[in-house]
Structure formats: structure tokens, C-alpha cells
Design a protein around this ligand. Structure first.
Ligand code: PMP
Length: 344
């Protein structure tokens, strides 16, 4: 059957080519036009489908992965889900070491895709044997028929976005993009997109979003790893307690830091103003835009693209749960959505 009838051989053919959607209300009184690249439209509901697919296909091309082999990864959830999805279709075993900070919904989703999951303590140093990096490394060493995706230190993570997300944004904005605003975790998304866009137009300004409690912004400014920057925070998938080589710091013009609380409120605001049900880091990216606007970053002629990395359904027990918001001390008059449920 033909693809133009919207019929596909498998769900992998639907990865990428996500829509760019204009933000109409949130930024109504901001200078510039704002567009969101909504990565929840990927079949695995996040941008990580792109890297899982690209890295696994590349390993197959290089002959280091054949059916029945095992794919191992450390993941805050989204990459794991995408790897599990690709593994299910292609016939690989999937083992995932996740942080205990990941939401229970995310962990259940990984299991439902057939992955074996190890939950590792979140607040230990990266070189602690219990950290999810060390657990994944050990499992890889113990399992000879396995590959370790190692997204934080894998250049193919950058390549995936250089070859797909970057060109898509360039075409979708007809080359008129002036700013990219994207969260940085592994840094693959922002670095890959930036590399492509700056090759087309070196004046495109690329702004990374970092969390308070993460080392990325300070490292970008000083090129020094400052342990004092590190402390626990809530947002999953954004910021880091180490320096990932999948981040090209030279491709990023500056970083903006955002708080857990404001990012959570902004995620809710995106949902109930733009009708886009997005994840916590989408709130973080949009929060960064609000701060940049206050700094006078944008002109009326600017075209700003913000990456919304994943879907809100992954945060039903967190950002979209009133009890969780209350427990964090986040719920107050500032909230855009005080629940409007009436029990009859
Ligand atoms: N948002 C979410 C929800 C993520 O899971 C990640 C990946 N850790 C990011 C943003 C950041 O993307 P990247 O790793 O490509 O920097």
C-alpha cells in the first residue's frame, strides 16, 4: 500500500517531521513571532525517538548490532522509551538504568514496552557505583552481546538532530529563524540543531536552557567544572551534574537558568492557553523565553523557535498533579490552573 494513503510499514516511519506550531496567546504581547517545534508528535511522544532510531540504525550499518542482541542505556525516561520502542520493532533486548527522580509513569511505560528497568539513586555522584551511568556501564561489560548507547557521550546524538531536526526547522521557517531556544540535557538536541542552522546562517542566536542545580551554564561561561553549582532539583531531562561531550558548548551562544517552580507553572500555562499538552521541560523552555523577553532579547521582526521536547501525559503524577504541586510548595495564587472540578 502507498505511503501517501497514510499507511506505513511500521511506526518507525513516523519518526521526525514534527510540526512547527505558532504560539498565539502566551507570547501575544511579546516582540517577535514565536513557534514551538512540538516533539510530542513523534510516535514515542518525544524528541528522543530521533536519536534512538539514528544510533541503532547506525550500529546496524556498522555491523555491531544484530537481532537478539541487547541495547543498554542510561535514561531519564524518554530515551529509554524510544529505545524500547525501536527494540520491540527490530527484535532487540532493551535494558535501561534510570534515575529514581524519573516519574513512576515513565518507569511503568518503559516496562510496558518490554524493557528491563534498573532504578538507581538520583542524588549520588556520577562516578558512584550506584549511579545510573556506572550501573549501565557494568551491565554492558557483563553482557558481551550488547551495545551501550551512552547518549551523553555519543556524537551520533548530535548527528541525529543535525540531520533531521535542524533541516526541518530551517525549511519550516523558510530560513527566517533568528533564535533557537532549547533545553540542554545531553545537549544533543541544541548542539545538532545549532550546527545545522549556523551553517545556513551564522547569525541565528542559539540559547540553551539550564536548571538551577546544574553545571552547564557555569561551564559554558568559564569552561571549568564547578561542583558547587550542583544540588538537587525537580525538572527531569534538563541540566546536568557532569559535562556531556554530546554538548557542543561552542555552538551555544548563551544559557538561561530557570527554576523548578516557574517551569512547572509555565508548563501548565502552555497547556491551558495554547492547547498543547506538553512536558515539564517545555515549561522550562517557555519560562526561559519569558525571562529573555524581560531582558529585551527579542525584536518585533524576530522569528523564535522553541523546542517542546515531550508530552504532558508523562507528568500526570507530577506537574499536572495538584497534590504533587502542593507538596513541592508550588501551588499558590500564581498558578494559571486552579482545578475546576466540581463533585456532584
Ligand atoms: N527535555 C526532556 C523531557 C528530556 O528528556 C531531555 C533529554 N534528557 C531534554 C529535554 C534535553 O534534550 P537533550 O538531551 O538533547 O539535551
Amino acid at each position: 500500500m502507498k505511503q501517501n494513503k497514510n499507511v506505513f510499514d511500521n511506526v518507525l516511519q513516523l519518526i521526525g517531521n514534527t510540526p512547527l506550531i505558532k504560539l498565539n496567546k502566551l507570547t501575544a504581547d511579546f516582540d517577535g513571532d514565536f513557534y514551538a517545534k512540538v516533539e510530542a508528535f513523534n510516535p514515542g511522544h518525544s524528541s528522543k525517538d530521533r536519536i534512538a532510531f539514528h544510533i541503532i540504525e547506525e550500529a546496524e550499518r556498522q555491523g555491531i548490532l544484530s537481532p537478539g542482541d541487547t541495547i543498554i542505556e542510561t535514561t531519564s525516561g524518554n530515551t529509554g522509551f524510544s529505545i524500547a520502542m525501536v527494540s520491540a520493532i527490530k527484535g532487540y533486548e532493551c535494558i535501561l538504568a534510570v534515575s529514581s527522580k524519573s516519574s513512576p509513569d515513565k518507569i511503568d511505560m518503559l516496562k510496558s514496552m518490554g524493557a528491563k528497568v534498573y532504578v538507581c539513586p538520583a542524588h549520588v555522584k556520577a562516578d558512584d557505583p550506584r549511579s545510573y551511568y556506572e550501573v549501565a556501564k557494568r551491565l554492558h561489560e557483563e553482557n558481551s552481546g550488547s551495545i551501550y548507547i551512552n547518549q551523553y557521550f555519543n556524537q551520533l546524538n548530535i548527528d541525529a538532530h543535525y540531520h533531521t531536526t535542524g533541516p526541518e526547522i530551517w525549511e519550516q521557517t523558510e530560513g527566517e529563524i533568528t533564535h533557537l531556544v532549547a533545553c540542554s540535557g545531553t545537549g544533543g538536541t541544541i548542539s545538532g540543531i545549532s550546527k545545522y542552522l549556523k551553517e545556513q546562517n551564522p547569525n541565528v542566536k542559539v540559547i540553551g536552557v539550564d536548571a538551577y542545580g546544574s553545571v552547564l551554564q557555569k561551564y559554558h561561561e568559564t569552561r571549568e567544572f564547578d561542583e558547587k553549582e550542583i544540588y538537587p532539583y525537580r525538572i527531569e531531562g534538563l541540566g546536568k551534574n557532569l559535562i556531556p561531550t554530546a554538548t557542543d558548548f561552542d555552538a551555544i551562544d548563551k544559557f538561561v537558568k530557570v527554576t523548578d517552580e516557574e517551569s512547572a507553572h509555565t508548563a501548565r500555562e502552555i497547556s491551558n492557553t495554547e492547547g498543547l499538552f506538553v512536558g515539564y521541560t517545555s515549561g522550562a523552555a517557555m519560562q526561559a523565553i519569558k525571562q529573555l523577553k524581560e531582558e529585551g532579547e527579542f525584536k518585533p521582526t524576530d522569528k523564535i523557535v522553541v523546542i517542546f521536547p515531550d508530552h504532558g501525559s508523562r507528568y500526570m503524577s507530577k506537574v499536572y498533579n495538584d497534590k504533587w504541586m502542593e507538596d513541592q510548595g508550588f501551588f499558590d495564587a500564581k498558578s494559571a490552573v486552579q482545578a475546576t472540578i466540581e463533585y456532584i
